[in-house]
Design a protein around this ligand. Structure first.
Ligand code: APR
Length: 258
């Protein structure tokens, strides 16, 4: 069933000139990649973030942490981009100056055709040395672990320290260049579309607020209420893979590939 988009949302996108799209785990949910905070299914409902997503956790039990991220990487590898990712790529194609800022560590945006997403929280596909930060090769697919299996992380070819996942852990700083790009884009856009984020994790959650403070209009796409409801001029309630293609079609009359 086609998602009905209010005409004012379509008009906002149709007349926008400088667009920023901010995405969170919700945009990959319909591809089978679990979010973090959704009841029951969210990763942080099932696993302890402190025991898995902090530098201390890696220090204490590197095999548990590495195994868990390799399991997540295998989930992402088996997933496919959905119509939400495709719609974002369509907005970028239509408005070449569009900046895509994602909190996601998967590569579904890239696989959907987005050329240069700004990954604020790193990537599952960019492991590096925990000692010298030298990029490390991705382990073979054949070695993908089952959920909960401990896997010793490989060693750095340069300094032999442990290789770590290329993601930003709690308590770690975001990559400065990525954060600067996201803030700059938000500060100069006229429309920001935020999709599938709970808006609870900072500094990423500040990006839509920067845009709104500086006069841009914010559209939120989320089946549920979030703290960003108050920042958004338009709240589109529904799943990204249905709402975003409908928004693009309503704005430009392009029917999205199914
Ligand atoms: N379409 C759109 N939104 C959805 C969908 C969907 N199909 N399914 C769920 N959502 C929404 C949920 O309602 C929720 O508001 O996506 C949001 C997911 O929120 P989180 O799980 O908190 O994910 P996110 O906001 O991306 O988390 C931010 O927290 O754990 C850290 O580093 C991790 O990048 C992550 C950050």
């Amino acid at each position: 069933m086609e998602h009905v988009v209010p005409p004012e949302a379509a008009a906002l996108l149709a007349r926008a000139r400088r667009v920023v799209v901010v995405t969170g785990a919700g945009i990959s949910a319909e591809s089978g990649v679990p979010t973090f905070r959704d009841a029951l299914t969210g990763l942080w409902q099932r696993f302890d973030a402190q025991a898995l997503a902090t530098p201390q956790a890696f220090e204490d039990d590197p095999d548990l942490v590495w195994g868990w991220y390799e399991w997540r990487r295998s989930t992402v590898r088996r997933a496919r981009p959905n119509a939400g990712h495709t719609a974002v790529a369509a907005i970028e194609a239509r408005l070449p100056g569009t900046v895509l800022v994602t909190q996601n560590v998967d590569d579904l945006h890239e696989r959907a055709g987005s050329r240069d997403p700004v990954h604020l929280h790193g990537s599952l596909l960019a492991p590096r040395c925990s000692g010298c930060s030298r990029p490390a090769p991705l382990p073979d697919v054949a070695d993908e672990p089952a959920e909960g299996r401990r896997v010793p992380p490989p060693r750095c070819a340069g300094c032999a320290a442990r290789v770590r996942p290329g993601v930003v852990w709690f308590g770690e700083a975001l990559p400065q260049a990525a954060l600067d790009r996201a803030v700059e884009a938000a500060a100069s856009c006229d429309l920001l579309v935020t999709v599938g984020t709970s808006g609870l994790v900072y500094p990423a959650a500040e990006i839509p607020r920067v845009a709104a403070r500086l006069g841009a209009t914010v559209i939120q796409v989320n089946p549920d209420e979030t703290p960003l409801d108050a920042v958004a001029e338009v709240n589109l309630r529904g799943p990204a893979a249905r709402v975003l293609p409908a928004l693009v079609a309503a704005a430009w009359g392009d029917t999205m590939p199914a």
